[in-house]
Structure formats: structure tokens, C-alpha cells
Design a protein around this ligand. Structure first.
Ligand SMILES: [Zn+2]
Length: 251
């Protein structure tokens, strides 16, 4: 009788221990996944290489970076706005769009803006093979060069998600991920005034501003550009390209 109780007790204990081990494993896996997710989406940390979100400087310089495209119509509209303001921006172009609309890319180059590489397909490159990462980046460089661009080509990770292969490629090729430290909500539901006010509020010397003005639904972003430029100029800011901005980094 006594032995039977002991055996039951032992069994109960074993069951409880199994439950603890299971719970601990569950928590540990959850923590690892969360950590990896934070690393993959971090704005200022990569497993390899270097992310640039802004430049440390006391000078009132700011870089306007315009992502995605080039798309017909909206690119020309954006170029016209920038020409009227006499601002040089950095366009982070998507390879597949440059292939579809090479004339738009050539217009950006002719207007002497900086052309950046924002990958070929703009796919999430989290678990992409090294070979695919290489192709995504180098095919886009090739398209930019084929359009006649001779300047530096900064690179920006699509969606700001990267894990192992993409940062490793960038480190090996001594390229940074040019990210940003100023962005805002964009789309139909936001007015140009709202977009501009939020951007102006967030800018500080050395900021990199991100906008997506080349979609049909981001007309407000295009219209916000003159407001942003005028307000920041009134505060003493000058607009430069990303490559120019990097030269202001305090050593
Ligand atoms: Zn993008």
C-alpha cells in the first residue's frame, strides 16, 4: 500500500516536471523568436555591417530620400516639384520598376538627383539565399548604370527587414544600409499639412527623411514636399543628397 502511494506520488511529480520543462521550452522558443524578430527589424542594429539612420553633425543639413518607383507620371510630378524648389534628393529605386520604366529612371538621372538601390524585386529579404541577395542588389546596380548614372549608389533594405545573408553581403561589399530617422504616416488619409508638420517636428541636424511620393495614393506626400522644404529652410536647413550628408559625419 505504502509503495503504491509512493509510486503514484513519483508519477505525479514526473508529470509536473514534464510540464515545467515544456513550459520553459515554450517560453525559451518564444523569447528566441522575439529576439530574432527584433534583430531582423531593428532600425540601428544588423548582425553584420552598418546601418546609417542619420549623421552626427551640428550643421543644419538634411537628406530627403524618396523610396520605390520610378513610376510614370508621379516620378515626373515629383521631379517637377524638386526642380521648382531647387532641391537634390536621393531616389531609392526598385530594379523591376526601372526595367519597366527606364525613361523615368533616366529623367531622375538627368535632373542630377542621387540614385539609390532599393533591391530588384522589393521582396522581403529575411531568409533569402546569399545568391539571391547578390542578384537582387547587383541586377539593380546594373540597371542604374545602364541608364547612364555615374555617381555613388547607396543601398536601402526593403521594408527594413534583414537577417543574415543581406547584412553579410553588405559587409563584404563595404556598403551600408542607408536607413532613415524620420518617417511619417503617408496615404490618402493624411493631408500634406499633417505629413509636413510631423516631418518638420522630427527633423534634427543630419536627419535622413523617408517619403514615398511616387504612388497614386501618396499625392499628399508629393504635396508635402514644398511645405517641408520651405519650413525647414526657414529654420536654416539645407537639403543635400545622402552621399553629401555622409561627409558631414563628425569624426
Ligand atoms: Zn520601399
Amino acid at each position: 500500500m505504502h509503495m503504491a502511494i509512493l509510486a503514484r506520488k513519483r508519477k505525479r511529480l514526473a508529470r509536473r516536471n514534464r510540464l515545467y520543462v515544456f513550459l520553459l521550452a515554450f517560453v525559451a522558443v518564444g523569447m528566441i523568436i522575439t529576439l530574432l524578430w527584433l534583430v531582423a527589424n531593428s532600425r540601428n542594429f544588423m548582425l553584420f555591417g552598418n546601418i546609417v539612420t542619420h549623421v552626427e553633425t551640428d550643421e543644419k543639413v538634411v537628406a530627403l530620400t524618396l523610396d520605390d518607383g520610378p513610376l510614370p507620371g508621379t516620378t515626373e510630378e515629383t521631379l517637377k516639384i524638386l526642380r521648382e524648389l531647387d532641391v537634390k534628393a536621393t531616389f531609392f529605386t526598385i530594379g523591376v520598376e526601372s526595367e519597366r520604366h527606364p525613361d523615368q529612371l533616366r529623367k531622375i538621372i538627368a535632373a542630377e538627383h542621387e540614385v539609390g538601390n532599393h533591391s530588384y524585386s522589393h521582396n522581403l529579404m529575411l531568409f533569402t539565399t546569399y545568391g539571391t541577395v547578390t542578384k537582387e542588389i547587383e541586377d539593380t546596380d546594373t540597371l542604374i548604370r545602364a541608364a547612364g548614372y555615374t555617381g555613388q549608389i547607396p543601398f536601402r533594405v526593403p521594408y527594413n527587414y534583414k537577417f543574415i545573408t543581406l547584412p553579410y553581403y553588405l559587409m563584404k561589399h563595404e556598403r551600408s544600409d542607408i536607413s532613415h530617422n524620420v518617417s511619417t504616416n503617408e496615404g490618402w488619409e493624411y493631408s500634406p499639412e499633417e505629413i509636413a508638420a510631423d516631418v518638420v517636428r522630427k527633423v534634427s541636424p543630419g536627419s535622413i527623411v523617408l517619403l514615398h511620393p511616387m504612388y497614386d495614393h501618396t499625392l499628399s506626400s508629393r504635396r508635402a514636399i514644398p511645405l517641408i522644404v520651405d519650413e525647414l529652410r526657414a529654420k536654416g536647413y539645407r537639403f543635400v543628397t545622402v552621399s553629401q550628408l555622409l561627409l558631414y559625419e563628425k569624426s
